[in-house]
Design a protein around this ligand. Sequence first.
Ligand code: CUA
Length: 171
Amino acid sequence: MHMDRLERNYLIAVSVMLGIFFAALVAGALVFGVRLPSTAEFVNPLALNETEFASPGLRDMGEGQYEAYFLAAMWRFQLGTGEFDETGHEVMRVPVGSRVTFNITSRDISHGMIIEGMNVNLQLLPGHVARQAVTFNRTGEFHVQCHEYCGRDHANMFFTIIVEEPAEAAA
Ligand code: CUA
């Protein structure tokens, strides 16, 4: 079969590129463990009372490790920390250097969560547990906002993370 030289070269180039992309995909998944950041686990949104989400809160696992079980619902985050700021939104406090694994699900509809200034952007869906570990390396106040339009009070759906010196945290 006659094939134009240029056409053949292009076909070879395209095949090689596709091969490289496919190899990168396989290597990313198998060697580097790249996974989509969310929906690590499923949970029955109608039976949250039978799960870890029955009592939302920040669990101190020792050695600077924390597990956060938070809920998103119209139109607030339920952190279970029992501390509120002057606007009535909940506050989460951790000592600087803490590594917090967030486990979050939604009680009702689709919500989102971004932590300002951090590389955290989760979609919160009923039935799915969004999970991400974050190390808080500097002190300060971090604004956390729902970024998935969820209705009337969407803009008001936020909370604050306060990262402080260990001495302050203990006080
Ligand atoms: Cu929840 Cu927007």
